[in-house]
Design a protein around this ligand. Structure first.
Ligand SMILES: *[C@@H]1O[C@H](CO)[C@@H](O)[C@H](O)[C@H]1NC(C)=O
Ligand SMILES: *[C@@H]1O[C@H](CO)[C@@H](O)[C@H](O)[C@H]1NC(C)=O
Length: 914
């Protein structure tokens, strides 16, 4: 039964593999077809954004917050612009609004986006008596201007149009006179929104259309001459300005006729509005100007979007209207100039493919024939992970000691692991990175914004939990080698076995994924649970690494290299392929950092590790040093500026101070628990007569102690929950987090191990997910979520965007592909890691390769410790340590060379890349 049991009989993985490959191919092909055939006319969604869309939170959907905050243009992510982004979009120029009161409302809405919190500028200005004057507002480089011109024929407007026209002239860029150029730049409008029409309807009976036409025509001819405005897409490809400076028209928005005052109602009638809009439509066709028809879609048939007068829209709607305008103009420009994160995808061509991505693609192509010829079976049955799962299952189910190659079961499974799978593994890794690129750095796949719903969150989580219930398995009994001498010993021995730790990580990962998918970050409760889970992960990581080091006494460079390569291989490949900083995959650097801390703490004066006071002393010292390292101003800054000059790695000290500081003690708690666990297990299995006083007391009263801790945990969990009710916002909770996170974490662990029943069962599917959690986290950013985790990936269905009416189809199609990809990448990472680390060991190295293979196979992100915990004195472990000492004496020359080459290549690529 050496197989992931989740998957049942041995034929299932093959079938699962085949089915998923077919599904993935179908999804990719369909989307390529959609992008290049169905959407060929609108490749960058510059047509979709201004023309259509839907509210994901209209009142009839009973959203959890106030309605009309989430407008969804079809297939792309709308961004909510704020002052710095507007500033970088308008540069020296400004954003110009010209027109009547509705256009002025959009000016107010944009001004509210840039005004500092607490500033009352908009509020005060709006409450002044209506003087129909021009307005000007600038904050931190974001500049807005409004010209009052309901007839669209003022001289101020024509001045602006003249400036616009001059900038468009072919010779403009070469204008030599710098003073003149500056004048032009300061008069520049990056985007001009022109909206009028209501006054024409209000004040003219017969002639309204003639005057309206005159105004519109003169605006267009003043701006473009007799020429035709080119489509937005053309400009995107051509450079750093994105779509270029634009003049766009607002449609005449239909008022809510029944709410109009009687005098207005008499003059502002549907036929007039329709006639004017019809003319705008004609103009779109004949001269190519953009009209933001989605404005009309936002209000059509929705009386709730109108204010009291029936003429104006409510503020939230106005704010979305302003966002449509800003997204249309600024998204492509931001993608060209700023790059990551690509979380605004409407009317954006993404960034031009760079050489490194092309190189990645070429690698995949080059490896492909090699992979095919190597083994046809690789493709169909993916022996890579089968073998890995086999070896890890073996050692888990049989309780075999991992690093002992003489062990027959392990030897059998690992000798069959051909190193020839390395090309296949490399191929898998690169291919997955290419898929991420395809999904999240091109317009091939549609993106979809998240829409939070408490119900969705609970339902998805509930469904997953139910699935877990069908998957409960018995944890294989620990090895009989060290027969426990007291009744408590068996409890101690089976405390937090690896499968259970994996299961915890599975829980955590599932929670994190559902949290990200449903966009729950604004709900404080869910956030608090998330932080506890993240702390839990680090706790398990600290615990696992410590147990490994204490058990195996393997402080070799080889071990460090293995763990670091394994943790970072995928993250580094993705960061190059996705043109995204490595450190933005927070988890990989974070876990690597804490691994190094654990390693250095235990490595220093390692001969004292058997003494509890010494080791606790070391841990406390380490905690103090690391706390100082994180919090003393200047140290992180210094490190990061060194990194900046030597590696072009740009880290944000404030951000990392936050990330490191948030969980600064939990890893140490994990270490202490591990130390105590090892110690107590050894006390319990020793004959009472040979113990000193304190250990004997522990042995005697162990069961009492255990009960006390269970009761304490039972009290602490609800107490913690009540305590956190007192936190009213994230910053406050975050402040408390480092000091209190260990309370629920340790309590959960204690409760999970409270009774024999709890100890001896686990949820197999969660444990399986837990083992691939790192890959799930990394890949989810791109091929399950999208827009660097800010949106959702869409398969291509169209619908109303509700989870149960529409999006479930995406979930059903994408989730298996995503999990399957993570699973394969996990196996591939391990193969590649083993290949790098254990190369060139020769005959002797073969054994080491095998052991490191299985180590790489299963213990890395979470090192593999035995189910049956050895006391430091147990004979088996001394053997084990020796075996390890001999094998793990260090890296072979070859491996060192390979590592150096890899580090060099990564460094060089990074230097050249920026
Ligand atoms: C603009 O048009 C309106 C209405 O036709 C007219 O009353 C006004 O005088 C015009 N203004 C200018 C500056 O031409
Ligand atoms: C998009 O990325 C920016 C820049 O990091 C970030 O500040 C913003 O919150 C992101 N937007 C969304 C909607 O997640």
């Amino acid at each position: 039964m050496p197989r992931i049991r989740l998957l049942g009989p041995s034929s299932v993985p093959t079938a699962f593999n085949r089915a998923t490959v077919v599904l993935a191919l179908a999804v990719v092909l369909f989307n390529v077809y959609r992008r290049f055939v169905l959407d060929a006319a609108d490749p960058f969604k510059c047509g979709a954004l201004p023309n259509t869309g839907q509210w994901l939170d209209s009142p009839d959907r009973k959203p959890d917050h106030k309605p009309f905050l989430n407008w969804q243009p079809p297939g792309c992510l709308l961004y909510e612009y704020k002052a710095p982004e507007i500033a970088s979009c308008n540069e020296d120029g400004k954003i110009l609004f010209v027109g009547d009161t509705l256009t002025r409302q959009l000016f107010w809405a944009t001004a509210r986006k840039i005004e500092a919190p607490g500033s009352k500028w908009v509020f005060k200005e709006r409450n002044k008596p209506d003087t129909h004057s021009d307005l000007w507002y600038a904050v931190d480089g974001a500049k807005l201007k409004f010209i009052w011109d309901p007839w669209l024929n003022s001289s101020a407007l024509h001045e602006e149009l003249k400036a616009f026209r001059e900038r468009q002239e072919p010779g403009f860029k070469e204008k030599d006179d710098p003073a003149k150029k500056e004048l032009y730049n300061s008069r520049r409008s990056v985007v001009m929104l022109v909206g009028g029409g209501l006054w024409h309807a209000r004040h003219y009976q017969e002639d309204f259309l003639r005057y309206f036409k005159q105004s519109v025509d003169s605006v267009i001819s003043a701006a473009y001459g007799e020429g035709h405005v080119g489509p937005l897409e053309e400009a995107i490809a051509s450079g750093r300005e994105g779509v270029g400076d634009q003049i766009v028209f607002a449609p005449v928005i239909e008022p809510l006729y029944e709410r109009l005052s009687p005098s207005r109602e008499a003059t502002i009638v549907p036929s007039k509005i329709n006639a004017m809009n019809h003319y705008l439509q004609e103009k779109t066709v004949s001269s190519g100007v953009s009209v933001l028809w989605s404005y009309a879609n936002m209000t059509r048939g929705r009386p709730e979007t109108y204010g009291e007068s029936g003429l104006h829209v409510i503020d939230t709607v106005a704010s979305k209207m302003a966002d449509v305008l800003l997204n249309l103009r600024c998204n492509a420009k931001a993608a060209q100039r700023q790059g990551y994160p690509y979380n605004r995808t409407c009317c954006s061509g993404y960034v031009a493919t760079k050489w490194i991505q092309v190189a990645g693609l070429l690698c995949a192509v080059a490896l492909f024939p090699f992979v095919l010829s190597q083994s046809g079976r690789s493709m169909s049955a993916s022996p890579v992970h089968e073998q890995f799962e086999m070896s890890s299952m073996h050692q888990i189910t049989n309780g075999h000691n991992v690093a002992r190659p003489k062990d027959s079961g392990l030897a059998r499974s690992t000798t069959s692991t051909p190193m020839s799978n390395v090309p296949f593994a490399l191929f898998t890794l690169i291919l997955s990175a290419c898929c991420c690129f395809l999904a999240d750095r091109t317009q091939v796949f549609n993106k979809f914004p998240k829409q939070f719903s408490n119900l969705d969150f609970r339902l998805i989580l509930g469904l997953v939990l139910i699935a877990c219930l069908f998957n409960i398995k018995a944890i294989p009994a620990p090895q009989e080698r060290r027969r426990p001498s007291t009744p408590g010993a068996s409890a101690a021995h089976s405390f937090l076995p690896r499968l259970q730790a994996d299961e915890f990580k599975g829980w955590m990962q599932v929670y994190v994924l559902v949290y990200a998918y449903t966009g729950s970050s604004n709900v404080l409760d869910f956030y608090e649970v998330l932080r506890v889970f993240l702390a839990f992960y680090l706790f398990l990581s600290g615990y696992g690494h410590t147990i490994y080091f204490l058990q195996n006494k393997d402080y070799s460079l080889r071990r460090v290299a293995t763990v670091l390569v394994r943790l970072n291989l995928l993250a580094v490949s993705l960061s190059f392929m996705m043109d995204r900083p490595y450190t933005s995959y927070h988890f990989a650097p974070l876990v690597s950092f804490w691994f190094m801390v654990v390693y250095l703490t235990l490595r220093a004066r390692q001969h004292t590790n058997d003494s509890i006071p010494h080791i606790i002393g070391k841990i406390v010292t380490s905690a103090l040093v690391v706390t100082l390292f994180i919090h003393i101003r200047g140290i992180l800054e210094l490190c990061f500026s060194v990194l900046h000059y030597t590696c072009r790695a740009d880290l944000n000290a404030t951000e990392w101070r936050f990330h490191l500081g948030m969980d600064k003690y939990i890893v140490y708690i994990g270490m202490i628990v591990a130390v105590l666990h090892v110690r107590i297990a050894s006390i319990l299995s020793a004959p009472a007569a040979r113990l000193e006083e304190v250990p004997r007391i522990i042995q005697e009263y162990f069961n009492v102690l255990r009960r006390i801790s269970v009761y304490a945990a039972l009290v602490i969990v609800p107490l913690f929950w009540i305590l956190t009710r007192r936190s009213h916002d994230k910053p406050d909770y975050n402040w408390w987090m480092p000091y209190i996170a260990w309370l629920p974490v340790v309590s959960f662990v204690v409760l999970r191990n409270a009774t024999r029943f709890f100890r001896s069962y686990y949820c197999a599917s969660f444990a399986w997910l837990g083992r691939i959690s790192l890959e799930l986290y990394l890949l989810s950013n791109h091929i399950w979520l999208a827009g660097d985790g800010r949106g959702l990936l869409r398969v291509g269905f169209r619908g109303d965007g509700g989870l149960f009416s529409d999006r479930w189809r995406d979930l059903v199609a994408l989730t298996p592909i995503f999990v399957w990809a993570a699973w394969n990448v996990h196996a591939a990472t391990m193969t590649v890691t083993a290949w790098i680390i254990s190369s060139g060991d020769g005959v002797k190295g073969r054994a080491a390769a095998k052991s490191s293979h299985s180590r790489a196979g299963s213990e890395l992100a979470f090192p593999n410790y035995d189910n049956a915990l050895p006391g430091p004195a147990s004979q088996g472990d001394i053997d084990h340590g020796l075996v390890n000492g001999r094998q793990g004496s260090g890296l072979s020359k070859d491996a060192k060379k390979k590592l150096l080459i890899i580090v060099g290549v990564v460094w060089l690529a990074n230097m050249l890349y920026a």
